[in-house]
Design a protein around this ligand. Structure first.
Ligand SMILES: Nc1nc2c(ncn2[C@@H]2O[C@H](COP(=O)(O)OP(=O)(O)OP(=O)(O)O)[C@@H](O)[C@H]2O)c(=O)[nH]1
Ligand SMILES: [Mg+2]
Length: 541
């Protein structure tokens, strides 16, 4: 006779209800904006507020500050800009927050775009003095395209800037979103005293701390006390909030989630003002992870067996180990370290022995993770950006878009003896998506071509080739500005015209390069059967 042995509850595998509950308490979002609006500073302030770091690094402003937690590469520290996105995970209240700081510079927008495929919400930062800048608009367009709800933060309110009502008009007119301010500044830009909380009419008064390095103390005062404390600024805030009733809306959760409205908060990331309110808003209003559509558009629910996709690959994070980290976003099921999953693109088993939570440059081993979590897999050399991983039931998530490169340069090793390092470096940069690499028989293996969206990618690639792979290189710019997809049959007919070249990208795609649009026009003219297709349909536009 056989008896079934009841499993002890603490040994029990997480049930479907457990996974649903864990997913429900996760928030995964990216901070996006034009360069310099304060994304990395805000990221750090959020971590500071959640008490995961003791003190913010941004004490002396850009020139003298230590790098923020999320800006860890040498070049980023030297220039004070973010070159690559960074992940941070921490708990706040009963929620697990996965926060992705993105680079604002257009040259790195491919990286930002990949991050936006991995999040459920975005925080759009606006510099109070500059309003909605070009790159912010482009990133906002991506959010709209992907249906990502956007929380707007007007940052740098501690510095002179635009009028708050005018900024709301700008958001409405330029994004088409109806702003629904949750807080309203007390004190004009440059004289930030606190905010009027529109939800309960209270005054949240902030107090500056030295250099904004610690959490800013916050007092919550009822309206009459506020009026007594701020005889000028409070009535003005009240008056503006009354005016808002005509133009801006009230928060409505459904309209926010469907991308019709955007909640707005006012903040000063550098002084930690308004940062706690933002964290609360993200926990209370931002959506939890939901099922993700596969390539056929069929949803894989969060409680389906484990699935995830790689949205970023990064090496050189740890100078001592020179390892390579593949960042996955978990879409469904439970991730348990050591589990063997299937690597979608090869069908091979993949052992997840070294899995880590990432916190900027720091990492620690993790044992279990749930939908919405970002996990770093160490030395997962088989994994490439866009790859799917799954357990049990196969699934393929849509591939990530690569952008059409607009700058091209031949790369040559400066030290011929280092051809091994040279090859390895190029392969690595390519698999991370730092640059696209093109080759042709004519140019040979010694002279591959880097193809990029923005020229700063060349600088990053050159820097990393020398410092990380010990293979110094020289780049020789090529005169092309435009790349189109083509095929073998069309290639000779394209290169018959001068100002063109056909090269192969490592994913097998044949690219036709042109010096100008005009040259492409000549090539195409009268040859309707020629294969020339744009590389991405829905590029940031
Ligand atoms: N006065 C003031 N300065 C701020 C505030 N937030 C950020 N800054 C400063 O603005 C500069 C840019 O901040 P970052 O956080 O690096 O900006 P970013 O958006 O991450 O920039 P990229 O990553 O290069 O796109 C730094 O000098 C910050 O100290 C703020 O609220 N007030
Ligand atoms: Mg940054």
């Amino acid at each position: 006779m056989t008896t079934s042995v009841p499993t002890r509850p603490d040994d029990a595998a997480p049930t479907s209800a457990d996974v649903v509950a864990e997913a429900a308490r996760r928030r995964t979002f990216a901070v996006i904006s034009h360069p310099d609006a304060g994304k990395s500073t805000l990221t750090e302030a959020l971590a500071l507020h959640a008490r995961v770091i003791g003190q913010a690094g941004a004490v002396h402003g850009k020139a003298g500050r230590r790098g923020t937690v999320s800006d860890w590469m040498d070049m980023e520290k030297a220039r004070g800009i973010s070159i690559t996105s960074a992940a941070l995970q921490f708990s706040y209240r009963d929620t697990v927050v996965n926060l992705l700081d993105t680079p604002g510079h257009a040259d790195f927008s491919e990286d930002t775009y990949r991050v936006l495929t991995a999040v459920d919400a975005a925080v759009m930062l606006i510099d109070a003095a500059k309003g909605l800048e070009a790159q912010t608009m482009k990133l906002f367009a991506v959010c709209r395209h992907r249906g990502i709800p956007v929380v707007t933060v007007v940052n740098k309110w501690d510095r002179p800037g635009k009028d708050a009502l005018a900024l709301m008009d700008e958001v409405a007119e330029r994004t088409g979103l109806t702003p629904t301010p949750l807080t309203w500044p007390v004190g004009i830009a440059g004289d930030f005293r606190g905010v009027l909380d529109r939800r309960d009419g209270s005054y949240r008064r902030y107090t500056r701390t030295a250099g904004g390095a610690t959490v800013a103390p916050e007092e919550v005062l009822p309206a009459p006390t506020a009026a007594a404390r701020e005889p000028d600024a409070w009535p003005q805030a009240v008056e503006e909030v009354d005016l808002l009733a005509a133009t801006a809306g009230e928060h409505d959760q459904d309209l926010f989630l469907s991308g019709v409205t955007t909640p707005v908060l006012f903040a000063s990331a550098v002084s930690n003002f308004g940062v706690g309110a933002l964290l609360d808003v993200l926990v209370d209003l931002a959506p939890a992870p939901a099922g993700r559509p596969d390539t056929d558009g069929v949803l894989r629910p969060v409680d389906a067996p484990f699935s995830a996709f790689v949205f970023k690959v990064q090496s050189g994070m740890d100078a001592a180990h020179r390892d390579r980290l593949a960042y996955i976003r978990i879409c469904s099921g439970v991730f348990e370290r050591g589990m063997v999953v299937t690597h979608g693109s090869t069908g091979r088993p993949f052992a997840t022995k070294y899995a880590q939570h990432v916190f900027g440059r720091e990492r620690e081993s993790i044992d279990v993770a749930y939908p919405g979590d970002v996990v770093g897999l160490v030395n997962a050399s088989a994994l490439h950006v866009g790859d799917t991983l799954y357990a049990q039931e196969p699934v393929t998530f849509p591939p990530l878009t690569t952008f059409a490169p607009e700058h091209f340069a031949v790369v040559r090793s400066l030290e011929t003896a280092k051809h091994k390092q040279f090859r390895r470096g190029i392969e690595q940069l390519e698999s991370e998506g730092v640059v696209q690499v093109l080759r042709s028989d004519r140019r040979g293996e010694q002279a591959p071509v880097f193809a990029v969206v923005g020229p700063m990618q060349f600088e990053v690639a050159t820097h990393r080739m020398e410092h990380e792979f010990h293979a110094p290189v020289q780049l020789e710019p090529l005169p092309y500005t435009l790349a189109m997809r083509t095929d073998e049959a069309s290639a000779p007919r394209i290169t018959a015209t001068s100002g063109t070249e056909v090269m192969q990208r490592s994913d097998g795609e044949l690219l036709a390069l042109f010096t100008t649009k005009w040259v492409m026009g000549i090539v195409r003219n009268g040859k309707p059967d020629l294969t020339l297709e744009p590389l991405v349909a829905a590029q940031l536009a």
